[in-house]
Design a protein around this ligand. Sequence first.
Ligand code: NAD
Length: 353
Amino acid sequence: MEKYRAGIIGCGSIANAHARGYLGVDEIELVAIADPVKVALDEFKERYNIQNCYDDAREMLDREELDIVSVATPHKQHAPMTITACSSKPQAVLCEKPMATNLGECDEMMIAAQRNNVKLAIGHQRRFLPAWTRARELIASGAIGEPRHIVAKGAQGLLNDCSHLLDMMRYMLSDPQPQWVMGNIERKTDRYERGIPIEDRSAGIVQFDDGAIGILFQELAQPYRQGGTFYGSEGILDLDERRVRLLSTNSQPFGWEEYSPEGENPHIAQARELVEWIEEKVEHRGDAKNGRAAVEIIMGIYESARLHEVVQMPVRTRCSPLEVMIETGALPVERPGAYDIRAFLLRGEEMKY
Ligand SMILES: NC(=O)c1ccc[n+]([C@@H]2O[C@H](COP(=O)([O-])OP(=O)(O)OC[C@H]3O[C@@H](n4cnc5c(N)ncnc54)[C@H](O)[C@@H]3O)[C@@H](O)[C@H]2O)c1
């Protein structure tokens, strides 16, 4: 059987999950990797025994005739690397979350994919967690009645963890569209995450078109979990990465039921679904339209903070309203000194803060 040839751009921490995902699917062969940082490339080469290693992703794309390309670089490189990957016409690109750092970039990525006939997915791999899929099925079957409110708490900036949480809200509710967003942020320190500015705290409310309202709190220093609580007309569902707890007014005897479903590793399941998508058997649940929706809600929260008003969807601002607020002096830093909360990931020569 001829296998799909996969390559990875960016050999940092999440690239390991992509590599293990590809190694876990019989139809895929991981053939090449690219990273300009020699130590990252060498470590990865040795760990996964990959012979075709490049310090320039464009050279890898030119030479390797890849069917599947992973973009596992820091956020700011998602758009340029995805667009470059699409121009080499693989069958699919799997780009890490957040899809991009603004909506203009998201749209350029989608246009590049469309023009080159490439299937573009975003790595919200928690859609493949057995607990999350079980929770989605429970909600769809009416276990909590009509979903009314979702509460989630994140950390480390809206674009980083909260893109997963907003994607969770949509996935659990069978992907409703956001109608409006209201939010606010605080940024008193000069804080960055993988080189992009982030806020110290934020809060957002999003109205979905199925009637449910999502409520998100984000604070950099707080403990957080990858999950949330879903309140419905007839019950409550509480979710984390491994476990679902359900309190349904219809349950007999009345009380919490608990589910801890087992299943395939989500990165392997995500890679497997890429193959099925390429073969036109399913639509990938990480389709770029879902990755874009999470970024749109985030940009809506920033835009609401900038304009002090409810932001109706679609958000029409193409750049990041957070960056506009910083550039125009609307968010003066009270405690100066730039620092990056992910500096521990950077190798020496990249260190900026
Ligand atoms: N899906 C998840 O749960 C999850 C978890 C962690 C990280 N991520 C995402 O993955 C992305 C990468 O995060 P990370 O933690 O792996 O970061 P990292 O810093 O560990 O790795 C990034 C790698 O990309 C390389 N790189 C940078 N520019 C490049 C370029 N132009 N060409 C090729 N390689 C380049 C860097 O040298 C580095 O080795 C981020 O966007 C992050 O949000 C997602």
